[in-house]
Design a protein around this ligand. Structure first.
Ligand code: ADP
Length: 264
């Protein structure tokens, strides 16, 4: 009982028909949030009912990427919280649950665990086909909490082509698997950029995505699901809150994400 009322059931338990996909990376800055936001919008464009939880306690970048005005809160109706909807994606961010002036830096594991659990029980998403969760990078408290709360979740690992990113991405995939989750594939982001004169610029090297997929395929096959090139339009779409899959669907990175949303 909470406040005299029976506690609500966690809606994304093992019996749920919603696919829960955790988007993870070994380290920050590989474009995990950018890919997650665009993937969510591309899935919604396919006509799926999509929810997105920003659990990246170090970043909270999802609302900005989707053009949600800073300070936007879930709408409270009695004890229900309805998530803001951006580009047909129902979105909540852990940042929306902070009190003014409160930072997450001071939070300890149990506090984060409770907050994540609250996200998933108190926010009313309604029936969803897919719930994406933008995870904090690495294998810290939140990753372990979510692993416990959603043991049937699937995991998508994002890496860049760079060996240093690939190594830590492999580790995050292995940890997810230890908590019983299934790694469904690898997404390589920031892959080579083709310049207008045809020159290929592989700023972050090449091969990281394939390397991660191969390393995680020891027990069961983990495919490289997409290789998303470096793209100024993808970056711009994030800065402006107008995701590239909507603003510039012909862009090479947008195409890779739209294809990923079809294949996933
Ligand atoms: P993470 O969530 O992994 O920390 P972000 O999604 O915040 O990473 O991306 C980090 C930065 O890289 C952002 O400025 C974003 O716009 C940029 N970015 C991400 N992917 C690409 C890409 N494919 N091409 C160009 N810029 C990108």
């Amino acid at each position: 009982l909470r406040d005299g009322r029976p506690a609500r059931q966690m809606p994304f338990g093992p019996d749920s028909l919603t696919r829960v996909i955790l988007v993870s990376s070994g380290k920050g800055g590989v474009g995990k949030s950018t890919v997650t936001a665009n993937l969510a919008v591309a899935l919604a464009q396919r006509g799926l009912r999509v929810g997105l939880v920003d659990a990246d306690v170090h970043g909270f970048s999802i609302p900005g990427l989707l053009g949600i005005t800073p300070g936007t809160q879930p709408t409270r109706i009695d004890d229900l919280m309805l998530p803001p909807v951006a580009h047909d994606v129902k979105t909540v961010s852990i940042g929306m649950f902070l009190r003014e002036g409160e930072g997450v830096v001071a939070w300890r594991g149990p506090m984060l665990h409770r907050t994540v659990q609250q996200f998933l029980t108190d926010v009313f998403f309604g029936d969803l086909d897919v719930l994406l969760i933008d995870m904090p990078p690495g294998t810290g408290d939140v990753a372990i909490s979510i692993g416990q709360i959603l043991p049937h979740a699937e995991v998508l690992v994002v890496t860049t082509p760079q060996p240093a990113a690939a190594d830590v991405a492999i580790r995050s995939g292995l940890v997810a698997r230890q908590t019983g989750q299934r790694v469904i594939g690898v997404v390589e982001n920031m892959a080579a950029l083709t310049l207008p004169d045809g020159t290929v610029l592989d700023l972050f090297g090449s091969g990281g995505g394939a390397e991660v997929a191969e390393a995680l395929s020891a027990d069961e096959n983990v495919p490289l699901l997409a290789s998303i090139p470096l793209s100024p339009a993808l970056r711009q779409g994030g800065d402006s809150g107008e995701p590239v899959v909507l603003a510039r669907p012909d862009d090479v990175a947008a195409q890779a994400i739209i294809t990923l949303a079809r294949d996933i």
